[in-house]
Design a protein around this ligand. Sequence first.
Ligand code: LLP
Length: 384
Amino acid sequence: MISTASISAWKELPTPFYHYDLAHLERTLRSAQGAAERYGYHIHYALKANTDERILEMMVNHGLGADCVSGQEVERALEVGFTPEHIAFAGVGKSDDEIRLAINSGIFTINVESLEELTIIQQLAKEMGKVAEVALRLNPDVDAQTHRYITTGLEENKFGISTWQLDEVIAYLKGAENLKLKGLHFHIGSQITSLEPFRNLCARVNILNERFRDTGFPIDHINAGGGLGIDYDQPDDPKNPDFDAFFALFDDYLELQHGQQLHFELGRSLVANCGDLISRVLYVKKGLKTNFLILDAGMTELIRPALYQSTHLIENLSAGEELDAVYDVVGPVCESSDCFGKRVAMPTSRRSDLIAIRSAGAYGASMASHYNLRSLHPSYYSTP
Ligand code: LLP
């Protein structure tokens, strides 16, 4: 819920900007960690969702690990104080420099996505006279039932090692002296709103974990990735998302072997609901079929609607509650995809009204761009 105190403070501020409610984030982190600790599970924060400094600081203070997908994210994670032993690094296209950085930093695991990458890591680790600690990111061929752009666990996706190649990978690992296999990693996709895909994932992980038991490689942890979705229509519901149900499902369906740890890499579910994109109405433009609410924020600040046809709740913070008008809510950028919502029921809105685009804390600021040479927005915070 956006407070009236915040709304009156924002009247003087130039828009657009991101607002992060750090008290909301604090509550979300407590709820996620409380639920995970019940089973002794470990949470890594997926930096790609949001690398805002204050947010990262809170993740570090809460003792979370980090999940990174670029050398820059690994560097940022180290700079802000995540301990190397809690940093996982995935990605299908790691450069030699990124691999060297990961080996030198002594991070938790390099999550390897192909046999080809494995051979390069072995070669580089040998040159450096080191042993690289790796996990195999396996492609379980499980449908995440989400948007196809953020589906990552199907055979047709570029991510992870396919199971048909496992014998070859295991044979290679047996002779690779500079590699230490620690874990198995999975990540089937993002914004997964039903628990069914995770149940299917557990079934696949059980089979694959079993298969590794007989290879002579002790697997000390399973990393089940991220993906837990949120309900974009209910940004203020404290049970959105439901971490209890999520972790309970893994407790019910995933068969860990003796001494094995279970890790998760959560992004969206931790930060989406603490962030809002705050904008102003520039024009209310009449059309024949629809009226347009033209905002000063656009796809340069929040690309999700344009890229994934996603919908975020849009609220007019300056008008009453009655939804007596319908608008296409659009931004100023030179593309018709620059649209936050079509036929959105809203109160009658006027020029200069403050508009909040809710649940924008994940994959909002981190995906912002300079397109049309637009400036990057500032961020403001309310604190616990
Ligand atoms: N682990 C790995 C290896 C990942 O690739 C991702 C996200 C995560 C964890 C965290 O997933 P989450 O818990 O946030 O679902 N830009 C898209 C989402 C892309 C997700 C990329 N990978 C969006 O705005 O919906």
